[in-house]
Design a protein around this ligand. Structure first.
Ligand code: DX5
Ligand code: ZN
Length: 227
């Protein structure tokens, strides 16, 4: 199980400190949300921010491109230190060439699907990707409410993974707190992106430890543990 704090929820004036804090807190990955103000109605940060924080940690950089023209951003983010680059299935016939471009940059490939997008849209690519990201909120902002209607998509992705003996990770992103993390783990998720609940916690190390306990135990009852 992978716990990935989302930097979008950290203090934007202290990104360096937040990245170091996530590493010390026992997180596995750092999730980096890249928003272009077009694919989503918000703008976050660019490759120079990723390049600046890269030397501060050994954490795996999970770069989530919510961008309409990711093809112009693959090399800059790969060069800045991304370990995995996630593109969106909603880009349609651009997806296949983008997957090959990311592989050619020797980076892991993630494919994200938004809540309104049917899970079948990801099916043609399942044997080519390292991670399937089931968005559990409509992308663009942190702090949103978890959309429970996305749970069956996680179950379907997990069923395909077993049926086809594939090894892609199933990640969830958006509104992931201690309760919804447990529900997603029970549905088959193994990678948990969380912004507000982790970077918003007084004690990040305790919050990461608690989320790991919960997803390992698949037990919502642990959600009442105080941090
Ligand atoms: C939303 C982003 C998420 C977001 C998660 O578009 O992709 O990664 O930062 O933040 P929380 O956990 O606060 O919903
Ligand atoms: Zn994200």
């Amino acid at each position: 199980m992978i716990i990935a704090p989302s930097l979008l929820a950290a203090n934007h004036a202290r990104f360096g400190k937040a990245v170091e804090r996530a590493g010390r807190a026992g997180a596995d990955w750092l999730h980096l949300d890249i928003m272009d103000g077009h694919f989503v109605p918000n703008i976050s940060f660019g490759p120079e921010v990723v390049r600046a924080v890269r030397p501060l940690t050994k954490l795996f950089f999970d770069v989530h491109l919510m961008c309409s023209r990711p093809e112009i951003l693959l090399e800059p983010f790969a060069g800045a230190g991304a370990d995995e680059i996630i593109i969106h299935a909603e880009l349609g016939d651009q997806v296949a060439p983008l997957i090959w471009k990311i592989k050619a940059l020797n980076k892991k490939v993630g494919l994200a699907i938004n809540p309104p997008t049917a899970i079948v849209e990801a099916q043609p690519y399942l044997d080519q990707i390292d991670l399937l990201l089931v968005m559990t909120v409509n992308p663009g902002f942190g702090g949103q409410e978890f959309i429970h209607e996305t749970l069956p998509k996680i179950q379907q992705a997990d069923a395909w993974r077993h049926e086809r003996k594939l090894s892609y990770r199933i990640s969830v992103d958006g509104g992931i707190n201690f309760q919804t993390a447990a529900e997603c783990a029970r549905a088959g998720a193994d990678t948990f992106v969380s912004g507000t609940t982790l970077f918003g916690a007084r004690n990040l190390r305790a919050a990461v430890k608690k989320m790991r306990q919960i997803v390992n135990a698949h037990d919502p009852a642990l959600a009442d543990l105080k941090v």
